[in-house]
Design a binder for this molecule. Structure first.
Ligand code: G3I
Length: 344
């Protein structure tokens, strides 16, 4: 019997997987239950899933995952309250009954108030429904720009507020709503990818530092960590060290390590060599994470196994991208062995 990830990492941090309903049916469920002690809903807790039409909340798919987690002694990490993607169209339009119903919102005070009321209703419904059954939420996701000079992502949220103030509003509203139902321990995270990129990292850091200075209730930083074999582990580490200085909680929220699909005409041994290289990469990455266990609440892989990786469904198909510790056949890869047996 091979060691479980959760036992090996028990003294360090929780180990999570992003899942949907497919993953809680056998044989996937056996793999999930053996190795992981936390889940994130890959899609079922996003705004479009929770509130497809205004005021109409649909929790069934998300509940199935939370119920499963509780029945199996796992924690649930909430993803996500405010995002620019997978948010229903109505959210950025004038409501029914308004003279301009269905038209895009502008950026007047009235329009901003509509956005804030919607945020309050949405966060309030999540708080009411889940209370403290979900220990942390990504309150905002991906608000930092990929253009480091621009700093803030110029999303519809940003446009309507003509700046980043909506981020602070989101944390204050979420805190109020969770506190109102007695869920005062629920932790509020800001989540982003590319936090290992020093320029983007510093922009995120400055935003979080400013919010803390202003008394905005932000508890944690989520490092998505969609990386590849070319990503510097030193950069991943420097980011954790930098945020440690702010005294915030940290989690790795969406880890995967892309190795590229087998190239046209590439011989099998070359591809196998990349899988081995990936094993060494996971080994070194987790050795670093474990050194920073005091800083990390949890490390989550974005998909239970390679066959469930989002990288396989990008518009440009990458059918054999294999970024995770377990293979399509649910076998333990070199990446898994790198985590549990770093002596290899
Ligand atoms: O549910 C519909 C289905 O009804 C429809 O027939 C089908 C046809 O394309 O699409 C289904 O929706 C898909 C959805 O996943 C659920 O499977 C969307 O097209 C697809 O775009 C969506 O992809 C998700 C992606 O976020 C969308 O932004 C991925 O599964 C999910 O892994 C990915 O996760 C994100 C994190 O939330 C944030 N960080 C980056 C990460 C990777 O992109």
């Amino acid at each position: 019997d091979i060691p479980s990830l959760q036992d090996v990492l028990a003294d360090d941090f929780r180990i999570g997987a992003a899942i949907d309903a497919r993953d809680i049916a056998d044989p996937s469920a056996q793999l999930l239950g053996k190795h992981f002690n936390q889940i994130t809903a890959e899609n079922h807790m996003k705004p479009d899933a929770i509130q497809p039409t205004e005021g109409d909340f649909t929790f069934d798919a998300a509940d199935e995952l939370v119920d499963y987690a509780e029945a199996n002694g796992m924690e649930t990490y909430g993803h996500t309250i405010l995002w620019h993607s997978q948010v229903p169209d109505w959210w950025f339009q004038y409501p029914e009954g308004h003279a301009e119903a269905g038209e895009p919102l502008g950026s007047s005070d009235e329009d901003r108030q509509i956005m804030l009321d919607r945020l309050e209703a949405h966060a309030g419904a999540l708080a009411e429904h889940y209370g403290d059954r979900i220990w942390a939420w990504d309150v905002v996701n991906e608000v930092i720009s990929d253009n480091n000079a621009e700093i803030h992502r110029h999303s519809r949220w940003y446009e309507i507020f003509e700046g980043p103030e909506y981020v602070s509003h989101a944390f204050r509203i979420a805190r109020e709503q969770f506190d109102a139902v007695g869920a005062t321990d629920v932790k509020l995270f800001i989540n982003d990818y590319g936090t290992e990129n020093p320029g983007k990292r510093d922009n995120l850091y400055n935003l979080v530092a400013d919010m803390i200075a202003d008394g905005v209730p932000v508890d944690g930083v989520g490092h998505q960590t969609h990386i590849s074999l070319n990503t510097s582990i030193d950069h991943v580490e420097q980011s954790i060290e930098k945020f440690a200085g702010l005294g915030v909680l940290q989690s790795v929220t969406e880890l995967d390590v892309a190795i590229g699909a087998p190239g046209e005409g590439e011989e099998f041994p070359q591809y196998e060599a990349r899988l081995i290289e990936q094993g060494h990469y996971y080994r070194d990455l987790f050795a670093m994470y474990r050194e920073h266990a005091d800083q990390l609440e949890s490390v989550t892989v974005w998909g239970l196994h390679d066959g469930r990786s989002w990288l396989r469904s990008l518009t440009e198909p990458r059918p054999l991208e294999s970024p995770l510790p377990f293979s399509d056949q649910l076998r333990s890869k070199w990446a898994y062995w790198g985590i549990v047996d770093p002596g290899r």
